[in-house]
Design a binder for this molecule. Structure first.
Ligand code: R5P
Length: 291
């Protein structure tokens, strides 16, 4: 097996190489002045079992194209191509929310498979069933265990707070891993403006440490509103735990201003001003399971 650290590999490719005792190569890449991507891979030989680590954070479309270039370019040489995609972009666009919406994740999955990728491993996608849209083998590293392990010892008498009913399953898994209860709010998002409004009762959280859990933070609006609700419900302190810290614009400031004392995330995105959980060893286990 050889592991390629893609231009957006977040260092996970290198770590996988170390953990799996495999050769790991950096991929040479650059952008031409007009914005086109150039990717060069040296060292892959006929029959190699190739793993490409490439996360799909912003600029998502560029990172998707780089992954497709690598896979399609190597398919004639490699015996097998596995893509490790810590953050799977477009997973939220898994259905037409308003008339005419494209189901973008279906297109992404189709392109990955058609480029010669036979297996993908990702971390905590927005909805787990998007993996069924991939024609090859798909594996998921859930955030519950790595996150609970990181939180353990840093919080006291926790309660998990899901910002919406859609996050209940995720909340219940983390709550189980932390050995605590969970509650949820209800979130409405205006599909045109993106504005969110939060409602619902959390009950009395006094004396509790609220762990606001979500799959990702984009603008921070959801997490900030949930932190605010938890503190208003009496929580002793609030932290935010999300798998993917995309942190668009002032997301961090919004969340901290709302009262979160800490933000936790995985290394699926190169955001470092948070407590980061390295998911490489969990990905390595899935990789072993695929062999
Ligand atoms: C949406 O359903 C997702 O699970 C997240 O709650 C959402 O993407 C977070 O976005 P933002 O940080 O912009 O509120």
């Amino acid at each position: 097996m050889i592991v390629l650290e893609g231009p957006a590999g977040c260092g996970i490719g290198k770590e996988l190489g170390r953990l799996m005792g495999a050769k790991a190569f950096d991929v040479d890449f650059k952008s031409f002045p007009d914005g086109e991507s150039r990717v060069r891979v040296i060292g892959v030989k006929k029959g190699d079992d190739v793993v490409i680590a490439q996360s799909l954070y912003q600029p998502q479309d560029k990172h998707i194209m780089e992954l497709l270039f690598m896979a399609d370019g190597l398919r004639r040489v490699a015996s097998k191509i596995t893509a490790v995609i810590p953050y799977l972009a477009y997973a939220r666009q898994n259905k037409a929310f308003v008339e005419g919406d494209m189901v973008s994740i279906e297109t992404v999955m189709k392109m990955l498979f058609d480029a010669g990728i036979s297996s993908i491993i990702t971390v905590e996608p927005h909805k787990y069933d998007v993996m069924e849209m991939f024609k090859g083998e798909g594996r998921i590293v859930g955030m519950a265990n790595p996150m609970a392990k990181r939180l353990y010892g840093e919080i006291r008498d926790p309660v998990v707070v899901a910002p919406d009913a859609g996050g209940l399953e995720r909340a219940s898994k983390i709550a189980e891993a932390l050995g605590c209860g969970y509650v949820h709010l209800s979130k409405e998002r205006d599909r045109e403006t993106g504005e969110i409004s939060m409602s619902g009762e959390l009950g009395n959280l006094s004396g509790k440490d609220a762990v606001v859990v979500d799959d990702m933070i984009s603008t921070g609006g959801t997490a900030a509103a949930a932190v605010d609700a938890a503190i208003s419900a009496g929580a002793r302190k609030a932290v935010v735990a999300a798998a993917h810290l995309l942190m668009v614009g002032p997301a961090e400031e919004r969340i901290r201003k709302a009262g979160a004392v800490e933000i936790y995330g995985t290394n699926s995105v190169p955001f470092s001003n948070a407590r980061i959980v390295d998911v490489s060893e969990y990905i390595a286990k899935e990789l072993e399971g695929l062999r």
